[in-house]
Ligand binder design. Structure first.
Ligand SMILES: Cc1cc2nc3c(=O)[nH]c(=O)nc-3n(C[C@H](O)[C@H](O)[C@H](O)COP(=O)(O)OP(=O)(O)OC[C@H]3O[C@@H](n4cnc5c(N)ncnc54)[C@H](O)[C@@H]3O)c2cc1C
Ligand SMILES: NC(=O)c1ccc[n+]([C@@H]2O[C@H](COP(=O)([O-])OP(=O)(O)OC[C@H]3O[C@@H](n4cnc5c(N)ncnc54)[C@H](O)[C@@H]3O)[C@@H](O)[C@H]2O)c1
Length: 449
C-alpha cells in the first residue's frame, strides 16, 4: 500500500520521539516507524533501566561504606526483585509511547524500514511511504568484535534483562557501559573484571580523575586490567575463557562476557545506497544542519548520525535542531560546547567542557582549581573516601572552561557547571548565588575561588 506524509521518522527512541512530536505540533503530517516495540534504547535498554539498577547498587554501596558510621547491617540486593521492579517500568514504555504519538495525530508503523529510492521508504514487504522528508533516528548497536568466539559475548541489553546474576562477569572495554554495569554487578555480589585495551579507562574524561575512579573501583573489588586487547573467546569446562595481551596468550575465566567495546550507528538495514544517503564511519554524513550531505530530503539525528556524542541529551538537542530546520529551512546547528556527561559508577564521575589536557593543547590561558574532597563534610558524613574535583577557569575572565567531578552528588552538581558554561557565567557570578546549604551544590563555591 502506498502512503504519503510530510515527514517519516525512522526510529522511536529519544531522537525520533522528540522530533516527531515537535513536527506534529507544528501541523505537519508525521508518521513514525520502529522495528522493535516503541521507545528506543534510553527508555528501554539504556539510561532508565540502568539507573534503576544503579540506584539500588548505590544503596548497597552506601550501606557498606557507612558501616563504620552507624549503618548496620549491610544492605543486600535481591536481584530478581530488582529486575521485576525495573521491568515493570520498561514494559510500560511501548504502550505509553504509542499513546503519546496517537494523541498527537501521528501515524504509527511497525516493521523494518529501508530506502527503495531517494524519495521512498519500504516498511516490511507491504507498506511504501513517500514523504517530503525522511528522518533517520535509528540509534546505535554494540560494535561487533570480529574475532573467534565473539558470538559467545553478551550485550548490555542481555545484562539489563538478566533474571539471575552470574557469579563471574567479564566486561570487554573500559568505557561507560563496562564501568557502570561492573559497579552494579559488584554491588550485587558478582566477581567482576574489566579488560581494557588502552592504558587508562574512559579516555574522554580527565586523566587524573579516571585514575582515581579506577582506585575507587579497585577498593570495591573490581579488577581492571589495562593494556589488554581481548582477541578470542571459547567455552572451556562450562566456563567462558577470554584471551588477550600480545599473542592472545593471557586467559581470563568467566561465566558471562559483556561487550562494552563501543557502539556504532545502526544503519545496516536501511539500504542507504538506494536512498542516495552517504555514510561515514560514525554514522550518516550530515552537514551542520543535520541534513544528509547527499540527499537533501533526509535528516539524521541521535546515535545514527555522525555526531561527536552518543548521549540521550544530545539526541534530544539534535531532534529539536532538525525539527526547526525542517520547519523553517536550514538555520540552526547543534551546540556541542557544554555537554555534561556522567559515568554512573560509585562514586559517579561527571564532566563538562574541556579537560586539562585539551585546554593545554588548545593554547587557552587558564588556571586549574583541583583537590581532594575526601575530607569535606559532604564526603565524610557518608564515608566517601574517593572524591576529587578539578575546575578550569579562563585566565582574566573567570569563565568556566571545564569541570570534572568524582564523588557523591557529582551527577547533579555538574549541571550547574554546564549552565555556567552555556550562559558564559564567571566564577564571580557563581559565587554571588546563595546555594542551599549544606548540599553537594553548595560545595561548588570551594571549587571556584
Ligand atoms: C546501557 C546504556 C546506557 C546508557 N546510559 C545513558 C545515560 O545514562 N545517559 C545518556 O545520556 N545516554 C545514555 N546512553 C546512550 C543513549 O541511550 C543513546 O544516546 C540514545 O538512546 C540514542 O537515542 P536515539 O533516538 O538516537 O536511538 P535509539 O533510542 O536507539 O532509537 C533507535 C530506534 O530505531 C529503531 N530502528 C533501527 N533501525 C530501524 C529500521 N531499519 N527500521 C525501523 N526502526 C529501526 C530501533 O529499534 C530503535 O527503537 C546509554 C546507552 C546504553 C546502551
Ligand atoms: N552514562 C552515559 O551517558 C552512558 C552510559 C552507557 C553508554 N553510553 C553511550 O554509549 C556509548 C557506548 O558505550 P561503551 O561503553 O560501549 O563504549 P565507550 O566508547 O565508552 O568505551 C569502549 C572502550 O572499549 C575499548 N575496547 C574496544 N575493543 C576492545 C577490545 N577488544 N579489548 C579491550 N578493550 C576494547 C575501547 O578502547 C574503548 O575505550 C558511549 O560512548 C556513550 O556515549 C553513555
Amino acid at each position: 500500500m502506498l502512503h504519503s506524509f510530510d515527514v517519516l521518522v525512522i526510529g522511536t527512541g529519544t531522537a525520533g520521539y522528540t522530533l516527531a512530536l515537535a513536527l506534529s505540533k507544528a501541523g505537519r503530517q508525521v508518521a513514525v516507524v520502529d522495528q522493535l516495540p516503541y521507545g528506543g534504547t534510553c527508555a528501554m535498554r539504556g539510561c532508565q533501566p540502568k539507573k534503576y539498577l544503579v540506584a539500588a547498587a548505590e544503596v548497597a554501596q552506601l550501606s557498606h561504606q557507612m558501616s563504620e558510621i552507624g549503618i548496620h547491617p549491610e544492605a543486600k540486593i535481591d536481584w530478581p526483585a530488582l529486575m521485576r521492579s525495573k521491568s515493570a517500568f520498561t514494559d510500560a514504555v511501548p504502550e505509553r509511547t504509542e499513546r503519546s504519538f496517537e494523541k498527537a495525530g501521528i501515524h504509527l508503523f511497525h516493521g523494518s524500514a529501508r530506502f527503495s529510492s531517494p524519495g521512498e521508504v519500504v516498511i516490511g514487504d507491504e507498506e511504501n511511504v513517500q514523504a517530503e522528508h525522511f528522518v533517520i533516528a535509528t540509534g546505535s548497536r554494540p560494535a561487533p568484535l570480529n574475532f573467534p568466539g565473539a558470538e559467545l559475548m553478551s550485550t548490555s541489553d542481555d545484562f539489563l534483562s538478566l533474571s539471575s546474576l552470574p557469579r563471574r562477569i567479564l566486561f570487554i572495554g573500559g568505557g561507560y557501559i563496562s564501568l557502570e554495569l561492573a559497579h552494579v554487578a559488584r554491588a550485587a555480589g558478582a566477581a567482576v573484571t574489566i579488560l581494557h585495551r588502552g592504558e587508562r579507562i574512559l579516555k574522554r574524561f580527565d586523566a587524573e580523575l579516571t585514575v582515581r575512579l579506577a582506585e575507587a573501583a579497585h577498593a570495591r573489588g573490581i579488577v581492571i586490567v589495562t593494556g589488554i586487547n581481548a582477541c578470542s573467546f571459547e567455552r572451556y569446562r562450562g566456563a567462558l575463557m577470554t584471551y588477550g595481551a600480545a599473542g592472545c596468550t593471557e586467559s581470563f575465566v568467566s561465566d558471562m562476557i559483556v561487550n562494552g567495546g563501543g557502539r556504532i550507528a545502526d544503519l545496516e538495514s536501511l539500504d542507504l545506497e538506494a536512498g542516495g544517503v552517504e555514510r561515514v564511519p560514525r554514522g550518516v554524513a550530515v552537514n551542520q544542519y543535520l541534513q544528509s550531505t547527499t540527499n537533501p530530503r533526509v535528516y539524521a539525528i541521535g546515535d545514527a548520525c555522525d555526531s561527536p556524542y552518543q548521549l540521550a541529551t544530545v539526541a534530544d538537542m539534535q531532534a529539536e535542531v532538525a525539527a526547526f530546520n525542517i520547519l523553517h529551512g536550514n538555520q540552526v546547528a547543534p551546540d556541542y560546547a557544554a555537554v555534561p556527561t556522567v559515568v554512573f559508577s560509585h562514586p559517579p564521575l561527571a564532566s563538562v567542557g574541556v579537560t586539562e589536557e585539551q585546554a593545554l593543547k588548545s593554547g587557552a590561558r587558564f588556571r586549574v582549581n583541583r583537590g581532594s574532597m575526601a575530607n569535606w563534610p559532604s564526603s565524610r558524613r557518608i564515608g566517601q573516601q574517593h572524591a576529587y574535583f578539578k575546575v578550569l577557569l579562563e585566565a582574566g575572565t573567570g569563565k568556566v572552561l571545564g569541570a570534572h567531578l568524582l564523588g557523591h552528588g557529582a551527577e547533579e552538581a555538574i549541571n550547574i557547571f554546564a549552565m555556567a558554561m552555556k550562559f558564559g557565567l564567571t566564577n564571580r557570578d557563581l559565587k554571588r548565588v546563595l546555594w542551599a546549604y549544606p548540599t553537594h551544590v553548595s560545595d561548588l563555591k570551594y571549587m571556584i575561588s
